[in-house]
Ligand binder design. Sequence first.
Ligand code: MLT
Ligand code: MN
Ligand code: ZN
Length: 310
Amino acid sequence: MKILVLGSGAGGGFPQWNCNCANCAGQRHGRIRATERTQSSIAVSGDGQSWVLLNASPDIGEQLRRHSQLHPRHGLRDTPIKAVVLMDAQVDHVTGLLGLREGPCIDLWATRCVFEDLTSALPLINVLQHYCGTRWHMIGVDGDRTACEFEIEAVPQLRFTALAIPGKAPPYSPHRREQVVGDNIALRIENVADGSSLFYCPGLADVGAQELAWLNAADCVLVDGTFWQEDEMLHAGLGTKPARAMGHLPQQGFEGRPGMVDALCDAAPGRKVLIHINNSNPILDEDSAPRRTLAALGIEVAHDGMEISL
Ligand code: MLT
Ligand code: MN
Ligand code: ZN
């Protein structure tokens, strides 16, 4: 399995266009050692030829331009991107669908909740019917069904399992205040040939027994790296919401509860990589103490263009 990190930043990317925080201004003016990040999305492939996008970031045009694996090959118009799987309906994960409108009909894998958000409150799917169109494949995580296996015809080497996880529906969704099963999923992707697997979860509000078991079973985990601390936005004067109110478990524990770093150290024996890093997160500064802490624990920070083979 080949994994390509197209974007490793959270909503807004890094540096964020309107932000003068220590990280964003520091990166812009070369005062800190930190690299730019586009908004999070990855591509996976079983054979290096046909690719599936996990989330479609608003930065998709630039992301596809940067990677020759994703360029057209045959004929006048072509794309190796055969399907898109959505983990949620957040703006930074779905608006890139519009950037695919020049291509063939999009094979779109999404839960019922996500499909509903994208045909009502943010009707991207309705809009796309006037361009390339979409073929919706329902991911059956709904009600009391919290896991669903599926296969994508174009990538028969990989087997996908969607798992309902604690998180948040987007601010525009009718279920923002009360999460519904299917608003947020994680994906376990298994290489059929040798059983090796990736656990992908760019947004995760909590790690319970079930999530620990999934972290434990994967050869590589690419998980929520949004915030270092619960009160990071407040502390930096950038916002008022704590990390978990936004659907993200911070890396550091708080109020006696474990954080993402604890979960990874306890339960993830394979490769551990953080993704969807918010511009407020001190780990973006490669010389920061938090970044050194991660390095000492063997936890990597995804960067745009990172390639992982399993
Ligand atoms: C989030 O995950 O909370 C988002 O990055 C917010 C956004 O897209 O603005
Ligand atoms: Mn996000
Ligand atoms: Zn910033």
